[in-house]
Design a protein around this ligand. Sequence first.
Ligand SMILES: O=P(O)(O)OC[C@H]1O[C@H](O[C@H]2O[C@H](CO)[C@@H](O)[C@H](O)[C@H]2O)[C@H](O)[C@@H](O)[C@@H]1O
Ligand code: MG
Length: 250
Amino acid sequence: MHGHGRSSCPLPENASGLALFLDIDGTLLDIAQTPEAVVVPPDLPTVLKRLADRLDGALALITGRSIGTVDDLFGLPATAVSGLHGAEWRGADGRTATIATTEAFELARSYMRQQTADMPGVIFEDKGAAIAAHYRLAPERETQVRELMAAIAGPVADGWELQEGKQVVELRPRGRDKGDALASFMREAPFRGRRPVAIGDDVTDETMFAAANRLEGLSVRVGIDGRQSLARGRMRAPSDVRGWLARISA
Ligand SMILES: O=P(O)(O)OC[C@H]1O[C@H](O[C@H]2O[C@H](CO)[C@@H](O)[C@H](O)[C@H]2O)[C@H](O)[C@@H](O)[C@@H]1O
Ligand SMILES: [Mg+2]
């Protein structure tokens, strides 16, 4: 990896031959106090679109958000996406795969919605086939949130599992992770034959880093908190990622 002396960016300054796999929260977007408070910089969708065009479509967003929310945020319905940490899928050709919920999951969702309504500061996020309980605004409730989520996970354990994140506990579909999503994209045009670059910030991105490493690609973790990671490079903050994307898209 090299940075051409312009910054500490551990990535090439030319997009040629790359396939990009980009996490959203904490990577493309700065972390905000709530899921709905994130700010998409006005030029970011244009940069992503220009870059996807330059890469013949070999750019995918791989996120814990649902695909519907990704489209609401970025307005790029032709872009490849994997949502819900690898469970949902939209290929570069527009094919989609979604997850059907079960009665047990629906019960768990409404129970958690009710419980969090009485927990000031705890934000309940309904993502369709996944739910999240955020305690960023009420850190004193972390234990309570963890215990509740663990309790509701039991009855739906066949198809869903708990997922740790940044001041959040999620119940998300079991079976496919972000690494599986990256590997699936890489088996298909327009990704096949390119060098994967995975950029993420959180524990859920570790499988994506491992997959990129296995395919002799590049893996970069955003954040300099010293946490162990399989990523082979580091970037300081989402603004650095956005700066790099803007440069290689120009
Ligand atoms: O895989 P990602 O694209 O990084 O998504 C991971 C989760 O991100 C969101 O939660 C996180 O970001 C919020 C906004 O900055 C923040 O308020 C929250 O504390 C973070 O945990 C999103 O709400 C989740 O659904 C995603 O799974
Ligand atoms: Mg993230």
